[in-house]
Design a protein around this ligand. Sequence first.
Ligand code: PLP
Length: 393
Amino acid sequence: MPVNFDEYPETDRQNFVRYNPAFLKAVFGQEELLPFWVADTDFRVMPELVQALSARAAKGLFGYETKSPRLKEALAAWYLRRYNLQLNPRGLLFTPSVNTSIAAIIDAFTAPGEGVIIQPPVYQAFMGIIKSLGRKIVNNPLTFAGNRYEIDFDHLEGVAKEPGTKILLLCSPHNPVGRVWQEEELARIAAICTRHNVLVITDEIHGDIVYPPHQYLGMLTVYARYSDTIIMVSSAGKTFGMPGLVDSFVFTPNRAYHKAIKKQIERYHLDKSNAFANIALQTAFTAGDAWLDEMLTYLQGNINYIASYLAAEIPAIRFPVPEGTYQIWLDFRPLGFSNDELQKFLVEKAGLALNQGYTYGPGGDGFARMNIASPRKMIRQGMAQLATAVRSL
Ligand SMILES: Cc1ncc(COP(=O)(O)O)c(C=O)c1O
């Protein structure tokens, strides 16, 4: 059954973080905004998912559940079928969310004060996790040549060889700048990190959201040529529009790491499974290919629409064309605002809730992130509000 991505499903969204009035008020100072901030989708999920979940609910039995071998096999088959990435289903571990996985792993593999490299501007929760665990943020800022972000490998080598640096937390594909790291870039990271005994945690939650001709390449595939000192964390939440429903999964080819992560999961009782997550994951990974491909085409259409609209109506505002993720990283620097002024402009003049660039760390000043996983009508409305606001300056 084809999905109508143009549809804006009518439902009460008050409890969705993106639409929640209290969250909007706390972050933006007002509630009446068109929300393009939190990174989830506005689309109805695939019909097979609704059917499977309804059938599960109709059973009326909700005892403690464990992750089923069928689900693990479906997950591994997805990665093999779509990306030629081999994951041994028996090696998969689960926690309630990707951020939970990252925190648990950093906690298990480092001591307070030790350094974790991140590549800003990057997903802001990374900084919060590292700080709240009392670890040190080690920045390896991306460089921006005006249309594409790149990794500064010399700088990476410099920080990786510092004695206190223990982990590189890689965002692959990268949120918010939309890069899909190529094989050569991943290989250079792998060479540097293995040379200096830096463990790589690769967060690949956006791995399925990649636009042709770009292709997602799992860091595990590249790393296999170097070492097994790598841990992948991911989730199907972004891919299938269900971050409120499912857990995250963790995979490492290293047996000792697997044991250590398992111990950490047991320590904090992170493996309590949810009956709906089980069936949702199994269904999505088994039957989700066509739906995902349709969503990617629709998202690409949104990106093209925004690029044309900006070029025609607000040429001062541009964005590096995303290779992956459903975020665009709008460059407002030509408008000459301070971060406070940009926030005021977006909220008070444009009526938009976007994520402020500076919250993504060094390199983020003057940018704002926009989530484009919404029906075209809402995207059009957002662009029109932005154009009116810019014209009023
Ligand atoms: C790179 C990255 N990692 C993790 C997350 C959060 O994942 P979870 O909700 O499973 O903690 C996000 C959400 O935007 C993200 O962009």
